[in-house]
Ligand binder design. Structure first.
Ligand SMILES: [Zn+2]
Length: 255
């Protein structure tokens, strides 16, 4: 499927957790009307995009992505962002647009971007500085409010905080009359599932420890399970026996 749609669709780029030896980290490329968003940005993002694109017959690369929607600061969701920003600036001559909540934005600047900024300031005797870029040339970070709907291109985005170790935001992404719900990383949270339930398609995480147990999702009403897809599952998650369809990397899904 190479033509753009006026509806809402996404390519699944990865379904793995932070420990996965089988899959890239959970990540989506979402499209409407030719505008692409990345939902989270793990490393190595260009390879992840290319391989998923090859699998689904689409050319996917950083140059077609208009913005990264960032759910939270855990490494398996943000580790590709530094490279994304440098590539955007040096190869594409534009900043990487990042859309995220203020609580995520704060950590992004105090922790993660400090390294990128240090790299921009780097000088040495043998190699005089040739980089004149500032951090804001690499990254254009825009705030997502969790009290109103946020517009970006053809998309209308709502976010809601989840139950996780660091500030994390679930998303409802609308284009036209379609709505995609994404749980992001979260413990089992019936309030969050109720918030997501109006979506036409819901992507929910499942995993061990602080995450949502599969059994909790499997016990949800059938109508809800039918429009739910699983991601962020462990390598030994039994996909064949799951009563909720697991996402598959390299597949396109129409919402
Ligand atoms: Zn996390």
């Amino acid at each position: 499927m190479s033509m753009s749609s006026t509806g809402l669709r996404f390519v699944c780029l990865g379904v793995g957790d932070a420990f996965s030896a089988r899959w890239y980290s959970s990540c989506l490329a979402i499209e409407s009307g030719g505008t692409w968003l990345l939902l989270d940005c793990p490393h190595p993002i260009r390879k992840i995009l290319r391989e998923a694109g090859e699998a689904c017959g689409e050319r996917l690369d950083i140059d077609i992505v208009s913005a990264v929607l960032l759910t939270h600061m855990h490494g398996d969701h943000v580790s590709g962002l530094e490279g994304f920003g440098f590539y955007s600036y040096f190869a594409l001559n534009r900043p990487a647009v990042v859309l995220t909540h203020d609580l995520v934005r704060e950590t992004l600047f105090t922790h993660y971007f400090a390294i990128a900024e240090e790299s921009l300031r780097y000088t040495s005797e043998s190699a005089p500085p040739t980089i004149t870029a500032k951090l804001t040339d690499l990254f254009d970070v825009r705030t997502l409010s969790d009290t109103t709907t946020n517009g970006f291109g053809p998309f209308r985005i709502e976010c809601r905080r989840t139950i996780h170790q660091v500030p994390t935001f679930a998303m409802k992404i609308r284009a036209g009359d379609r709505c995609l719900g994404v749980s992001a990383d979260t413990a089992y949270d019936p309030g969050l599932i109720a918030w997501l339930s109006e979506a036409d398609l819901i992507i929910h995480e499942t995993n061990l420890g602080p995450h949502t147990p599969y059994e909790k999702l499997a016990a949800l009403p059938e109508a809800l399970r039918r429009k739910m897809r699983l991601t962020h599952y462990t390598d030994d998650f039994d996909r064949a026996r799951s009563v909720i369809e697991p996402l598959e990397p390299g597949r396109t899904y129409v919402v």
